[in-house]
Design a protein around this ligand. Sequence first.
Ligand SMILES: NC(=O)c1ccc[n+]([C@@H]2O[C@H](COP(=O)([O-])OP(=O)(O)OC[C@H]3O[C@@H](n4cnc5c(N)ncnc54)[C@H](OP(=O)(O)O)[C@@H]3O)[C@@H](O)[C@H]2O)c1
Length: 220
Amino acid sequence: MNVLVVGASRGIGLEFVRQYRADGAKVTATARDDDGLARLVELGATALRLDVVDATSASGLAWQIDGAGFDVAIVNAGVSGGRGTGLTPSEDDFDHVMRTNVLGPMRVIPQIVEALAPSGKLAVLSSLMGSIGARTSAGSSLYRASKAAVNSVMKDASLGPAGRAIVVSLHPGWVRTDMGGAGADIDVATSVAGMRKVIAGLALRDNGAFFNYDGKAIAW
Ligand SMILES: NC(=O)c1ccc[n+]([C@@H]2O[C@H](COP(=O)([O-])OP(=O)(O)OC[C@H]3O[C@@H](n4cnc5c(N)ncnc54)[C@H](OP(=O)(O)O)[C@@H]3O)[C@@H](O)[C@H]2O)c1
């Protein structure tokens, strides 16, 4: 098993590295700073420096993973941004959240798809908050828009390699991380174990779909 995790310095991304390594997988993972890179090396992963918002850094991923043949790749990097901003964010908040959560995946996904093994699987960390169909109240509009947008990006990405790779969006649950906060529903171990099971069970018919960490389909 050959795995790539993009955005793995902490939280859900780091737990993916921990669990796949514990299962004996070969793991390549990315972080932005020295501390994050050191945590990945400590877990026995090949650590690459990558900031998905930095055009030069993001474009440098391709040659570093060229020919890797990943069985599983996870695009996890994301930010929540200011949540209390109402419907109209500041330009700075908009740029920060959209560049990280949408432009970042748009930059790295094509490079990663090229580096997948035949029938490889690519999971994009989206959110239930990006679901328009499941929405019943307003709030966190910028973050929600970014995750709805990345679902659209994921869908387009799934249509390119259709038949030779499987591309999906995943909601990790409400998870106790720096982003999810201490009062969230589940711990990272439960979330990641669930998503790994979902990823392991993916078949070609699932290409382009949106799943909860427990395997249930989520409305767009
Ligand atoms: N926690 C939840 O309840 C929850 C719910 C739904 C969806 N999600 C999604 O799940 C993913 C992981 O969330 P989390 O809870 O683990 O968040 P987290 O604890 O805040 O970790 C976010 C990760 O993304 C990385 N990252 C941020 N900006 C980046 C950039 N420009 N380039 C590369 N990496 C970058 C961070 O690296 P640094 O350490 O360098 O900042 C960190 O490794 C996110 O996409 C999030 O939107 C989380």
